[in-house]
Design a protein around this ligand. Structure first.
Ligand code: FAD
Length: 473
């Protein structure tokens, strides 16, 4: 009898414990359920839907996918009835709604007389497995990461299992039925030019990173003008590669380099552990995506400012490093980590707009939009997270730009209207003499905006606002 493999954020065949187990039981039904019901208002955002379409397309070239839409537990119940499958296998997920859903799936499987099996793989460590000396979850990254390192290297990878795909007739939607791709306007053209979603694209990205980026990673990962980070985040998000695959590949490169890559590898693995930490927090504090981890921040005097929010979303704040990041995001579905921090800080502190608005925008526009990393990172920048930057540390977007994009190459790439400005003015065009602006073809207020706020004044305003909750913070 067939076994039912329920695909989720594990869209790969390699190092996949759920698939390996399903394949050992019998012919495999590869079921993917587009479940827009269970996550409530957290259905996948636009960029994620684009990625999902491309990823499933890539996977369907390797295995026969059965595509269904609806609440996953109901779809699985129907599928068990139709196919007579006697076991269900899936990879664990950590979104706040997933635990209940997994319990319901177990019930429907058992009701149908099928066994139900859940496997890890999306993370290196299950959130319950890493505890501090008092048996509590960690709230601070450094001891958490030390505990992860102390837990040892990840298990060896599982090869692609030998499997037989179930060949009975099962109805399936087509990907086109799901209309996951944008049509009018097609805002995903830039994404298509930047990305190859799917397992093969992920493996290629990892190889390229190890060949070209890793060596520079420790020193240059904060530089948006340098292409040295892995860009593996969307692949990890959809499980087209496992964190263990990334870990082992980087460790192997480190060993082969005989000590030369030690710092780089350490730094990279620590970033992978930030991802683990986000999920650790999310699992233990499932309100993380919506509510400040530090409850006193609920009383923060945010301001409603639809016009400023829209300027930020469109990359029209008048601060070039912020605008370049927001345009990179819109075109490619990704933004460099340092620029995410600067752009997020600008929204929260210079514009006093609640971090949740930014988190939602990223949720819709990032191809790596990730319920754990996005929430934890926004809370980190806002100063209300578990292990967060203190609120009063406010990024200066001009100085940050000059430090991390010194020749303005990143800004000029994403803001072609500033491409001819001399380097010294590229992060502060409003200070350029009129003649210089004219020669560069920049007309402030016309083809590039005046700053929406004065950073110095905005900073003072933010610190004033912080006083409202400071006593309790
Ligand atoms: P690399 O530097 O190559 O790092 C390797 C992997 O480690 C990444 O792919 C990612 O999985 C993980 N990682 C790296 N940095 C972080 C970090 N700071 N926190 C958690 N994990 C990290 N990351 C997401 O995956 N999804 C999000 O939705 C997301 N939203 C963010 C929102 C804000 C406001 C900020 C400041 C950061 C956010 N991040 C998010 C974290 C980080 O910016 C991205 O993971 C990183 O830029 C991805 O690029 P990379 O794959 O080249 O990273």
């Amino acid at each position: 009898s067939p076994s039912l493999y329920w695909l989720r954020n594990d869209l790969r065949l390699t190092d996949n414990a759920a698939l390996t187990a399903a394949a050992a039981q019998g012919p495999v039904i590869f079921l993917y359920v587009l479940d827009d019901e269970t996550p409530g208002d957290r259905r996948l955002g636009g960029a994620s839907r684009w990625w999902l379409h491309k990823s499933l397309e890539a996977l369907s070239a390797k295995v026969p996918l059965v595509l269904r839409r609806g609440a996953a537990d109901k779809v699985i119940a129907a599928m068990l009835k139709e196919s007579g499958a006697t076991s269900v296998h899936f990879t664990r997920d950590y979104a706040p709604w997933s635990g209940d859903l997994e319990r319901r799936v177990k019930v429907v499987a058992e009701t149908a007389g099928a066994s139900c099996h859940r496997y890890g793989g999306f993370l290196l460590h299950e959130p319950e497995a890493i505890r501090n000396g008092s048996g509590e979850p960690y709230k601070v990254y450094t001891p958490f990461s030390k505990a992860c390192f102390a837990a040892g290297e990840p298990k060896p990878l599982k090869p692609v299992p030998k499997f037989r795909a179930y060949d009975g007739q099962l109805k399936s939607d087509t990907l086109a039925d799901w209309t996951l791709l944008p049509t009018k306007p097609d805002w995903a053209k830039g994404m298509a030019a930047h990305w190859t979603p799917g397992e093969a694209g992920a493996a290629q990205r990892l190889r390229d990173f190890i060949a070209d980026g890793l060596e520079f990673y420790a020193d240059e990962r904060d530089r948006p003008d340098r292409d040295v980070t892995s860009r593996l985040s969307p692949y990890l998000r959809f499980g087209e590669i496992s964190p263990a695959q990334c870990w082992h590949a980087v460790r192997a490169a480190q060993v082969a380099a005989g000590g030369k890559l030690d710092r780089a590898a350490e730094k990279f693995l620590k970033e992978v552990l930030w991802r683990e930490f986000s999920y650790h927090l999310l699992h233990h504090w499932p309100t993380l995506p919506e509510k400040p981890f530090r409850p006193e921040f609920a009383a923060f005097p945010w301001s409603e400012n639809a016009k400023a929010l829209s300027a930020w979303q469109k990359g029209r704040t008048g601060y070039p490093i912020v605008d370049a990041g927001m345009r990179e995001l819109w075109v490619t579905g990704i933004m460099h980590n340092r620029v995410r921090m600067i752009a997020a800080s600008f929204l929260i502190k210079d514009l006093l707009i609640p971090w949740q608005e930014g988190e939602r925008w990223f949720w819709d526009t990032l191809v790596d939009a990730d319920i754990g990393n996005n929430a934890a990172s926004w809370q980190w920048v806002a100063g209300c997270g578990a292990d967060a930057a203190p609120y009063f540390r406010i990024f200066n977007p001009v100085l940050q730009g000059e430090k991390f994009d010194p020749a303005g190459a990143y800004v000029k790439k994403w803001l072609p209207e500033l491409a001819h400005l001399p380097d010294e003015f590229v992060h502060r065009p409003w200070e350029a003499p009129a003649l210089v602006l004219k020669a560069a073809g920049v007309e402030l207020g016309k083809n590039y905006p005046h700053p929406v706020v004065d950073h110095g004044k905005a900073r003072d305003r933010a610190l004033e606002a912080f006083k409202v909750i400071k006593g309790s913070a």
